[in-house]
Design a protein around this ligand. Sequence first.
Ligand code: NI
Length: 176
Amino acid sequence: MIREVLKMGDPRLLLQARPLEQFDTPELHTLLADMRDTMAHLSGAGLAAPQIGVDLQVVIFGVEKNERYPQAEEVPDTVLINPVLTPLSDELEEDWEGCLSVPGLRGMVPRHVSLRYRGFDEKGKRIDRSVSGFHARVVQHECDHLLGILYPMRIRDFSKFGFIQALFPGEEVLDE
Ligand code: NI
């Protein structure tokens, strides 16, 4: 079921999410189905449970190779629960981000270039990956939602924050 995505300003987006305690339950599978439906409906690259008002440490993300956006790196479809992120270097890289909770806007956000992430899938199976680039950026963005952090809170140069249509006139840019 497609759910309403909370918008920046809603205090529920600023909460620290609780760890999930029971895996592979009907409630979890329903939550994930709703998250997938909502993300697909809005053509998002990721979604965190708090964005649909569910206060749990559950995120999904994934980016398919897309001929319209050949520069976008592929990210495997992933369910990540109770994540722990460890940067693999101090190196930061700035790039554009958007968010389904901040519609119509883009900002230039510094993120760790590479990191290790650990957690669990919906069955409780361990996930342990070391990634870099766009994959690492997506993970950091989604897991920030579990800490009550939205990407504008990470922006350092506010001259690189604005409306998509004003920042990229004439370009075809995914809405989110
Ligand atoms: Ni987001």
